[in-house]
Design a protein around this ligand. Sequence first.
Ligand code: SAM
Length: 455
Amino acid sequence: MGAFQTLAEKLSCPVCSGKVQDGKDALRCQGCQTTFPVWGDFPWIFANSGEWKADWTQRFRFYLQQLHEDIQNLKMELKLLDLLPKTKERLQHLVQAKTEQHRELEKLFEPLLLGGGPSYEQQLAAQTPLPESQQLMGYYGNILRDWGWGEEENQICEDMLAGMLGPHPLGTMLVLGSGPSRLAYDIHRRLGGRETIALDINPFYLLVAERMLAGRNLNLYDFPMAPIDAKAFASRVKCRAPETIKQGFTFLMADAMNPCFQDASIDTLLTPWIIDIVPQDFRSFAKKLNRILKPGARWLNFGSTVFHHRLQHLCYSRDEIPDILAESGFEVLQVRENVIPYLRSPSSCQQRSEKVFSFLARKVQEIDPGPAFTPLPNWLTDTEMPVPIQADLQQQMIVNLTLTQVLAQVDGQRNLRQIAEVMAPTFELPPNDVLPMLKRMFSRFVEGRGRSMNF
Ligand SMILES: C[S@@+](CC[C@H](N)C(=O)[O-])C[C@H]1O[C@@H](n2cnc3c(N)ncnc32)[C@H](O)[C@@H]1O
């Protein structure tokens, strides 16, 4: 029996829905025997946890490689001859900040960074991961807000949500998409949480949160888009929790969209800023959440309602949400809208507010959760299936071949006009008409758009 016994009792295997048992180094399905490793001190509950780890490890590496590139580029800029003394100082400050950031995050990522990996260029070729919500640094600001920028924003949210929940015991509370987990931490402490499970799909946030709850510091840098002064281009932020939590709080790497919990195993569900960012239709997501809740269990939601779907009928308005809750077996107890400060970096000129939408609902009826949600086509999840020929893949191949053909002409001797002459037969255009195309292609590299900034 291991450290995750209480958690394991509530889990259900994402492969066969069997019961999960806690072992010495990993959790294991008692049905299909799939193992769920513990990496970074938290369990990874996926059918293919190894693949998930490999993917996140590569993104961590890519982020560190990108930081290293930034530092080298800044050092090159520092060699420019006519820099103002203040400009030089600012660049030196950035070099130092990025170097420290690299060191601190390399240490944090250590549990996931063992072994070699693809080069920076190979990572660039892989580019944007799917779906968008999984980007490594997508919610980096949330870490600084949660643990570094001060109490104001966190306190407002805590007061508002604790007020909605009232003195009712939380029982087993599941927080989906908990991110750096400050809200989960605050509600757990304020309302005397017995067992809180903070679940996310991004191990970076869980590594940070775990460290905070253990009472350790993390020194990170805030690089705001609109810095208030030269120092604010990179402000050191000491991240630390007000106090430690030693018991009753568990982190879990898993996918919220097909929650890996047994039927009726959760007393309180908290969904902060997540219902509109997952690629699942909220109508089916709500039904899947119904399944894991005990009869009478409460669901507290909080955040934006900016649903990002290609199909408009899935981009629900706030008015439609109570109807979705009703058809998903919930009784709506409270609905609120509040304007709150949002991710206000003290180093930034931009100070945003957000009108957040919260509801508290209670499960009153069992509802069929429907089939498992698969955001990706079968050939992407089942690696034994052939990759089908598709128009957009073919098109991308031609785009890449074209770029490769053009870039292969760069030998340090030819000028743009000569390259245009070589490429003219391929484009079936006179060289003069090829020139503007070449200018557009090369300018994206000059402007830095040739590289991806996503992880
Ligand atoms: C907008 S952030 C909110 C984070 C946190 N709740 C907060 O309020 O600061 C959304 C969070 O959901 C996580 N997430 C996105 N898709 C997820 C999924 N399918 N399963 C679990 N977590 C997911 C992201 O990694 C991120 O931490």
